[in-house]
Design a binder for this molecule. Structure first.
Ligand code: HEC
Ligand code: HEC
Length: 159
């Protein structure tokens, strides 16, 4: 084999090895402890939806978790603060104004709110996002569109 071809072959093998190693790495990436607790203890009676549609502070989540334990959720007491912290960080409070309910009920139907929470845009930017969401199939009527646009433009605007 001429040297150039064999060097190419070595590079190819190396690329395949690296690619498969990183694919394995992703498979092994375990969810963080709080999420593991949620998956284990909270998704036996219902799916993720009741969690996705809440936006609570730490006290609020602590009360929910206590109530769910009373309903039958099986949680070790050590797991409670880990879960409450996880819920608070991923499903923390949202500003209270008209539009919040639409965000909680509609914007959670295809993805969680992480991408909404980390986005900061002008009204024009949010209108483009909402148009894109309509194209994806978001069930937003005209009135909800206007309400949620105002909510996002006011509460999630560039600093
Ligand atoms: C033994 C079954 C069961 C388990 C386990 C369970 N839930 Fe629930 N959960 C329910 C039921 C039933 C409802 C429906 C509302 C109701 O009847 O109060 C509910 C409702 C909810 C709601 C909606 C708000 C409310 O209070 O109605 C949230 C949020 C919630 N669960 C979170 C959780 C979390 C977090 C966990 C894990 C700690 C969990 N659930 C585990 C049965 C369960
Ligand atoms: C019918 C499903 C669906 C609903 C409902 C939905 N989205 Fe999305 N959303 C998507 C999909 C799919 C993507 C990924 C699109 C992409 O990356 O090109 C996305 C991506 C996003 C992004 C990231 C866009 C970017 O370019 O970074 C934001 C922000 C967003 N959605 C906000 C919302 C808001 C706000 C709502 C509620 C009004 C909503 N979504 C409701 C499907 C949906």
């Amino acid at each position: 084999m001429p040297p150039v071809a064999s060097r190419a072959a070595i590079l190819l093998v190396a690329a395949v090895v690296i690619a498969s190693a990183s694919a394995r790495g992703q498979e092994n990436a375990k969810p963080e402890p709080g999420e593991q607790i949620l998956n284990r203890a909270c998704l036996t009676c219902h799916n993720h939806r009741p969690v996705d549609t809440q936006a609570l502070d730490e006290d609020g989540w602590a009360k929910v978790v206590k109530a769910e334990i009373a309903k039958g959720a099986e949680l070790k007491s050590d797991d409670v603060p880990v879960l409450v912290d996880y819920l608070y960080r991923h499903h923390g409070p949202l500003p209270d104004s008209p539009g919040k309910e639409v965000v909680l009920n509609i914007c959670t139907q295809c993805h969680d709110l992480a991408r909404v929470r980390r986005t900061r845009l002008t009204a024009e930017g949010w209108a483009e996002i909402l148009d894109a969401m309509l194209n994806e199939g978001a069930p937003l009527n005209q009135q909800d569109f206007a309400t949620v646009l105002r909510y996002l433009a006011r509460n999630f605007r560039p600093q």
